[in-house]
Design a protein around this ligand. Structure first.
Ligand SMILES: [Zn+2]
Length: 424
């Protein structure tokens, strides 16, 4: 086992020769995502990858290695959030309609850059950003600027504009003069040919994932109802998968979820109206679930006078909790996806806390945010764990988040791809 690790380490060293030198991280404990916490372990990083992990004194450390002492801290894999909106900011700062209709694209993009930085500094080293909400393909350029080292930020998986049924999304036509041609928060499509075309256009413009809305507030009085037909969803999924793009689907109704799951989508977002039948179907088919528990709580604070700790949960919050518990009991693959942007970027840890409040253990929530999210992204082989050969996305915080999840609020060491962005 040891010889194998050494071989892997040597291979990684060769692969990254010319990158940064070696760094030895000496925390109080290491949580690798998959094993009990290890006290007194150290991690050696060479270039952008993890070269060795093990008990102090058992690792061969290059003489010129930099040493980072992290006393009292727990080192864990970089956290991930698979449902973000870097191009939004909280709705108590500016209503969603006002952001889409009044904020210039250049302003939104610059703000998103700042928000990417805040996210990385909070220990979230990977995001799947699910739609620019009216900001075109700005996410593709933000990702590029991060990858080229122009601005600090997490690894990004982007979806560009997202795809909605004609007339389904916002700014809602019913809320304005009906003769106004309003810019929309996503790309509208209709019919099998229409959705296939939209998928192809978005993939061509740089979408890593295709995001579809299977339902929205299209019912009488604004009630959530399914929008795309099963045939439309199925055609979109086939087109996306044919282009090597997985599909994420916003859906809050049981029927929207059912259609999406049967159409073969890869992840269900929100799922607040999920029934035991739908979650059983997801578990059987391996459809991932991103519960976005923080979003209804944040909206309740902004618009329903909800006060954390002082008010009972709103109907929306209770529905989100009930769906989460059903999914958990049904054995669904649950990742961390928070819908951050609805609330402040860099406070993604709020989702970890909601997952624990609503029934997960701290270790389950941390696993969702690391190894499980990596699996959903198809990156089980090099992200989401502290393991030799994996990319060195590592964060640390004072205390043990596996015992008390709240310590994840205080990440004070951040490394992404072997580069240290923050240290105590
Ligand atoms: Zn969202």
């Amino acid at each position: 086992m040891k010889a194998f690790s050494a071989l892997l380490a040597a291979l990684c060293l060769a692969a990254t020769a010319g990158a940064q030198g070696a760094t030895l991280l000496r925390p109080a404990r290491v949580w690798t995502a998959g094993e009990p916490v290890h006290t007194g372990w150290e991690v050696l990083v060479e270039g952008e990858r993890i070269a060795a992990v093990g008990p102090a004194g058992t690792i061969t450390v290059p003489a010129d290695a930099a040493v980072v002492d992290l006393p009292g801290e727990t080192l864990i894999p970089g956290l991930m959030d698979l449902h973000s909106h870097l191009l939004l900011h909280p709705y108590n700062e500016a209503l969603w309609d006002d952001q889409v209709l009044k904020e210039p694209l250049a302003y939104r993009t610059l703000r998103a850059g700042q928000q990417a930085r805040a996210t990385l500094m909070a220990g979230f080293t990977t995001l799947r950003d699910l739609g620019t909400e009216g900001a075109g393909d700005a996410d593709v350029s933000i990702k590029r600027a991060i990858d080229e080292g122009m601005i600090p930020g997490p690894r990004l998986y982007v979806a560009t504009r997202a795809i909605v049924a004609v007339g389904a999304y916002g700014p809602a036509v019913r809320s304005y003069r009906s003769d106004l041609d309003l810019p929309q928060g996503a790309q509208e499509a209709s019919g099998v040919d229409g959705v296939v075309r939209a998928v192809r256009e978005q993939a061509a413009r740089g979408a890593d994932w295709i995001k579809l809305y299977a339902d929205y507030r299209v019912g009488p009085g604004g009630a959530a109802e399914p929008t795309f037909t099963f045939e439309e969803l199925k055609a979109a999924v086939e087109a996306a998968h044919g282009l090597g793009r997985p599909v994420a689907v916003h859906t809050a109704t049981a029927e929207g979820m059912r259609r999406a799951v049967l159409a073969g989508v890869d992840s269900i977002e929100h799922g607040y109206g999920g029934t035991p039948e739908v979650f059983r179907m997801m578990a059987a088919r391996g459809t991932a679930y991103l519960p976005t528990l923080t979003a209804p709580a944040a909206s309740a604070e902004y618009f329903q006078h909800y006060s954390p700790g002082a008010s009972p949960p709103t109907t929306g919050m209770a529905a989100a909790e009930a769906a989460f518990r059903l999914a958990l009991n049904s054995g669904v693959t649950i990742g961390l996806g928070s819908d951050v942007g609805v609330f402040t970027h860099g406070t993604n840890w709020r989702e970890l806390e909601w997952m624990v409040k609503d029934g997960m253990t701290p270790v389950q929530a941390l696993t969702a945010a690391t190894a499980t999210d990596a699996k959903i992204l198809g990156r089980s082989g090099d992200l989401g764990r502290v393991r030799v050969g994996y990319l060195a996305d590592l964060v640390a915080m004072p205390g043990d988040p596996g015992q008390m999840i709240e310590v994840a609020e205080h990440v004070d060491f951040v490394m992404k791809g072997g580069v240290v962005w923050r240290r105590p």
